[in-house]
Design a protein around this ligand. Sequence first.
Ligand SMILES: [Zn+2]
Length: 283
Amino acid sequence: MIYIIPLLLSYSLMAKVSAKWLGVGTILLWDEHQTLMFDPSFTTPGIFQMMGLEKFASNSGLVKQILKDHHPNKIDGIFITHSHYDHVIDAPEVARQTGATLYADRSVRRIAEAYHDPRIKIQDLKVTQVGKFKVTPYPRKHSQIFQLFDFLPGEVPKDFNFNYYDYKVGETWIYLVEHADGNILIDDSSGSRLALPEKKIRVIFQGIANRRDDQEILEGLVKTFSPEIFIPIHFDNFLRSYPDRKGSSLPFIKFESLEQVFKDQQREIRFLKPVAGEVVELF
Ligand SMILES: [Zn+2]
């Protein structure tokens, strides 16, 4: 008995759900049994690929190395916020290498099926239970680049063949991840308030690259849900190749101003700037 008490104590102190940000919008989320991955994006395009002269597909060797370095045990489900390359590029390859199911809308499915590999398990994106995680996608509008234009609008074409310009936005999703120990929102855009169910949200992951200004972030999900933790993502320079992008920032990101706005106006919310590859215990 004397041995069991400290064991029980240490178990109860352990985080039930942890996360790891791996750059851009890539998030690993896990509890003691299951692991989810959002927006796996490690491969960067070269100049000829950006000119549409060479095919742009996942770098399988890079994915293998990153999975070896970072995933806690296995990956069960992969979810994608939209099909721009910097959110979807490595999803089929992670699915192939880990056996995870890729939950795909039509655009994501067209990209994954272009690999013609039966080891890539694809299921339609819908409300999905993965162990204790219930994942619900809600549609949202992708924010405009510099509030000026929509980047690669439309669907990924039926005859997708790895052209850089065919990684079109497709549909954009925000994910509600419900778990017995707390709920999480994963949103890679900012802007427009959304019709989301009234739930207690403990953690928000939000892309900040395309925000109009800092108030837009506050007035959106933050004030609606008053989470305990706000974790900004998609602020690193995704044009740099992996792992050089670690610790980088997009040139226009103005990170400190957002952090200050939280300090001034949302003191009770923990503003947590993630470090790529480091574990964050959520709750
Ligand atoms: Zn995008």
